[in-house]
Design a protein around this ligand. Structure first.
Ligand code: NAG
Ligand code: NAG
Ligand code: NAG
Ligand code: NAG
Ligand code: NAG
Ligand code: NAG
Ligand code: NAG
Ligand code: NAG
Length: 539
């Protein structure tokens, strides 16, 4: 006979106060929330993702013994949102909410699994709809659903998820944490701004915080390189050529030739080095660029500036070429046009070639779902909350510059009020890392630090930093140490494994430095060893 969840918990000396059953979990909830399911999973078991979770279809394997829960909550305008909870038998006393990505609707079971392996009671919301990452059709004429995605579903799920967790274990939660990247990073910052009581510590990676500018820019940046028949179009086959020239010019510039561009902002890249020797009509098959193509390159590497010299959005970094998905293909990524069509309400017939700055002005006016995050984090600071953010220097989806922009504007907002931002908000740039995770094969930057969504890139059953389960290498543990012990992180050591899948052997480790510091080679010792580096101000 299979042991029941209760006897399993008892075996581990952590018997729960509530049974792992729908009726027991329902008894902890107010009438606006209904349990979809609640059942135990044995140690080393698999959680079978319910059919139809379009956003996150992968089933996590090798779980610790836990209670798997799904709940549906009534929200505004006759909408609902759902959330999932993994309640491990071997609980560490803490609650962790994880975030989502893009427009994805669905419960992020894989990131929940990683959290539950540390022992966190881990929650994820479906944000109130069911869709893939780049599909925004659900938002059309659905202000309630957009508001759920913007902030209501996360907050409501956190409140109900905490209630269930405390009731299930029969014990108050000791500390509350959040970890998310991309849309997940935005959700974390939004929580800090609007619901400062929800979390003690927030880890927010590559945040898509400026939704009303990021999404229209996603359409605009693609148009720099469209149509594909234009003489200025750069075919994706030339992206590696550009990447190689960028590496050639900008890798030595940071002081060490090591395939990693550590300071893309400090490199004065000269695209003319790529100019074709003679007038090639069709550069597609060659390894050089024509003058019109070089114009396109300049646009890509230049901030988006609107009428009256207003700053609209930062540019893609040099070094991001390995992830130029927004510039490939014969139309923009859906994350741009779907926002205009369905969030701004212009409808399915809107043609992306009709993009103009009026679209930007409309987005600024409507602020769909109140999704954009503001700079006043004073309430989160006042209650003693801690915020860690990071952004890959080679991000091809959300320009890296948007996070220093956010950090600097929070500083401008709070410092004049006598708040020392370093006390509660620290931010780390990650040289050579793409969007939230990963590094190009020819760069091999130390990108892994157990940030949000990272573990699943190493394997289905991975959590934390294999081989280095401490707060020096693991950003989530660094967050916990900051909140609970007051040890504020000055740096986090990034790891690159020889083979990310086996993660048996380390290729390189290097400190990721607190902005605006940068990692500088000390001049002696193995450059692949973190101790050969120090974090220094670039000025
Ligand atoms: C865990 O389950 C997998 C199959 O799902 C099995 O191969 C493995 O041996 C199990 N590990 C333990 C420790 O039971
Ligand atoms: C989610 O959408 C998919 C694809 O459209 C559909 O097959 C599935 O039934 C939907 N799931 C739910 C729970 O509505
Ligand atoms: C909610 O749905 C009910 C039943 O379909 C309907 O009577 C009511 O008007 C709706 N309320 C709103 C706010 O849309
Ligand atoms: C559900 O009801 C509880 C108790 O009345 C309330 O505190 C909570 O805000 C409600 N949740 C939502 C999402 O409306
Ligand atoms: C630019 O500035 C002028 C003069 O202040 C103003 O009349 C105009 O509306 C501004 N344009 C935009 C798009 O804000
Ligand atoms: C929208 O966000 C602002 C802060 O950016 C906040 O003051 C306001 O209450 C929010 N509105 C809603 C409806 O949540
Ligand atoms: C806090 O510091 C103590 C003493 O150094 C250590 O034993 C403990 O593990 C730390 N806790 C966390 C959460 O870092
Ligand atoms: C990494 O290891 C896995 C498992 O042994 C293997 O299948 C894969 O080819 C390796 N990857 C590289 C890049 O060597």
């Amino acid at each position: 006979m299979r042991p029941s969840f209760l006897s399993y918990g008892a075996l581990l000396g952590a018997a729960s106060a509530l049974e792992c059953s729908p009726a027991a979990i329902q008894s902890a909830l107010p009438s606006n929330a209904t349990v979809n399911f609640a059942y135990p999973i044995q140690a080393n078991g698999t959680f079978q993702v319910p059919a139809g979770d379009t956003g996150y279809p992968t089933s996590p394997l090798g779980l610790p013994a836990l209670c798997a829960v799904s709940v549906q909550v009534q929200s505004v305008c006759n909408t609902t949102f759902g959330f999932g909870l993994f309640l491990p038998s071997d609980w560490n006393g803490r609650f962790l909410a994880v975030g989502n990505g893009g427009f994805a609707g669905g419960i992020n079971w894989m990131d929940m699994a990683a959290g539950s392996r540390y022992g966190f009671a881990t929650m994820s919301t479906d944000t109130g709809h069911n869709s893939s990452l780049s599909d925004g059709k659900w938002a059309y004429n659905q202000p309630g659903k957009v508001e759920n995605w913007g902030h209501l579903a996360m907050h409501g799920s956190v409140v109900a998820g905490k209630t269930i967790s405390a009731a299930f274990y029969g014990k108050e939660i000791s500390y509350n944490y959040y970890s998310g990247c991309s849309t997940g990073g935005r959700q974390g910052l939004k929580e800090a701004e609007e619901y400062p009581e929800d979390f003690d510590g927030i880890l927010a990676g590559a945040p898509g915080w400026w939704t009303s500018h990021l999404q229209p820019w996603t359409a605009k940046v693609a148009l720099y390189n469209l149509p594909t028949t234009a003489d200025y179009h750069i075919p994706p086959t030339l992206f590696p050529t550009i990447a190689a020239e960028v590496l050639k010019q900008c890798d030595p510039q940071d002081g060490l030739k090591d395939t990693i561009i550590s300071d893309p902002q400090g490199c004065n890249f000269r695209p003319e080095e790529l100019l074709c020797a003679s007038n090639v009509a069709n550069a597609a098959a060659t390894s050089c660029l024509t003058s019109p193509q070089i114009d396109t390159l300049y646009k890509i590497y230049t901030d988006s500036i609107g009428d009256n010299q207003t700053f609209i959005f930062p540019h893609l970094n040099i070094g991001s070429e390995g992830q130029w998905v927004l510039l490939s293909g014969d139309k923009p990524n859906n994350l741009g046009p779907d926002y205009v069509r369905y969030f701004l309400g212009l409808g399915p017939d809107w043609d992306f070639y009709d993009y103009s700055e009026d679209i930007q002005r409309l987005a600024d006016k409507l602020q769909p779902g109140n999704a954009t995050v503001g700079f006043d984090l004073s309430a989160f600071h006042a209650k003693g909350g801690k915020l860690l953010s990071y952004h890959g220097q080679a991000d091809g989806l959300i320009p890296t510059g948007s996070t220093p922009y956010y950090y600097n504007h929070v500083t401008r907002t709070l410092q004049p009020r006598g708040i020392n931002v370093d006390e509660f908000f620290r931010f780390f740039l990650v040289p050579g890392m793409g969007h939230c995770a990963g590094t190009p094969a020819n760069v091999n930057a130390p990108w892994y630090f157990a940030g949000a969504n990272q573990a699943l890139n190493l394997g289905n059953t991975v959590y934390g930093v294999p081989g280095f389960r401490d707060e020096k290498h693991d950003a989530l543990l660094a967050m916990v140490a900051w909140v609970e012990n007051g040890t504020a992180p000055e740096q986090i050591i990034g790891t690159k494994y020889v083979n990310d899948t086996t993660h048996a052997e380390v290729m390189r480790q290097r400190p990721l430095c607190m902005y605006p510091k940068q990692a500088k080679y000390t001049g002696s010792g193995d450059a692949n060893d973190a101790s050969s580096w120090e974090c220094k101000l670039p000025y």
